[in-house]
Write a protein that binds this ligand. Structure first.
Ligand SMILES: Cc1cc2nc3c(=O)[nH]c(=O)nc-3n(C[C@H](O)[C@H](O)[C@H](O)COP(=O)(O)OP(=O)(O)OC[C@H]3O[C@@H](n4cnc5c(N)ncnc54)[C@H](O)[C@@H]3O)c2cc1C
Length: 122
């Protein structure tokens, strides 16, 4: 194994792997990832894999949208599926508080370019 690198990424979970991917995509060829166990051995192994496209944080929403774009690009390059499925989501408000909260999401969804609608039982 090489003993020196310009960039050393510690941890091969989804964050470390994404950082390494981003580095190499942006022209950094002298980067190495060190994993103490095996790739995705940590929390990433347990994740349900949900990519929630809009939350209260606009920055997180944007990151998720970018992640979806990257997965699509990876699938295109590999010519095979990495399991990405764009399925949308349904959230149920069973209290007035939740209903108010969902209404507050609309500006965020709009800014993130995510189509969203409020439905009533009618
Ligand atoms: C049950 C569950 C369900 C989840 N579902 C979702 C979901 O649906 N959607 C979502 O977005 N998030 C979900 N999450 C959260 C998500 O899994 C984590 O936020 C994410 O995996 C964190 O990634 P990470 O790369 O930071 O950490 P990790 O995946 O934990 O990776 C850290 C890596 O670093 C390695 N490491 C640690 N110390 C060292 C060291 N000293 N030297 C070398 N390597 C080291 C570990 O072995 C590990 O592989 C879920 C989490 C859990 C537990």
């Amino acid at each position: 194994m090489q003993s020196h690198a310009k960039v050393v990424v510690v941890g091969g979970g989804c964050v470390g792997a994404a950082i390494l991917f981003g580095l190499t995509e942006n022209g950094c060829s002298d980067a190495v990832l060190i994993e103490r166990s095996q790739l995705t051995a940590g929390s990433t192994w347990h994740a349900a894999g949900l990519l929630v496209t809009f939350v209260r944080s606009h920055v997180i929403s944007q990151m998720t949208m970018e992640t979806i774009r990257i997965y699509g690009e990876v699938e295109r390059r590999l010519g095979t599926s990495c399991g990405l499925r764009k399925v949308g989501q349904l959230r149920v408000a069973n209290t007035q508080k939740r209903w108010d909260e969902f209404q507050s999401y609309f500006g965020i969804a709009e800014a993130a370019g995510v189509p969203a609608r409020l439905l009533t039982p009618e």
